[in-house]
Every structure is written in structure tokens, then in C-alpha cells.
Design a protein around this ligand. Structure first.
Ligand SMILES: [Zn+2]
Length: 68
């Protein structure tokens, strides 16, 4: 059976309009969509925004006073 190219094209365009979620930001916890600028930290994705990076590091680290 030969597929109708118009139908296939229509489906493809529909998919392209829908933002594709590729993961979750380890900082803010929001979804990361295709085309967004992110840092890939050993497979963990973080938005390239200072607030996300700060939250990510805060989640990963021990909070302490330097020198103590
Ligand atoms: Zn984020």
C-alpha cells in the first residue's frame, strides 16, 4: 500500500508544532524543551540560567561556611 504523502506531511507538521520535552531541569524542576540552551552535567540537564545553576548546585552540595 502506498501512503498518501499529504497525510504524512500533515502529521509531521503537527508533530513539529508540539514542543518536544527532552527532560527536566535539575535546578528549577521545569520541563526542558527541544532547542533550549542547557548544560549537560553527566546526563543531568540544567537550563543555562544563573538561577537554575544556583539551585542545581545548592541541591548537589552541602551548605556550609567556608573554613569551618
Ligand atoms: Zn531550569
Amino acid at each position: 500500500m502506498i501512503e498518501n504523502p499529504m497525510v504524512v506531511d500533515h502529521l509531521w507538521r503537527h508533530l513539529e508544532r508540539t514542543p518536544k520535552v527532552v527532560g527536566t531541569c535539575e535546578g528549577c524542576g521545569e520541563e526542558i524543551l527541544v532547542g533550549e540552551d542547557v548544560y549537560d552535567f553527566d546526563g543531568e540537564l540544567v537550563h543555562q540560567q544563573s538561577s537554575c545553576c544556583m539551585e542545581f548546585i545548592a541541591n548537589k552540595s552541602l551548605c556550609k561556611v567556608a573554613g569551618e
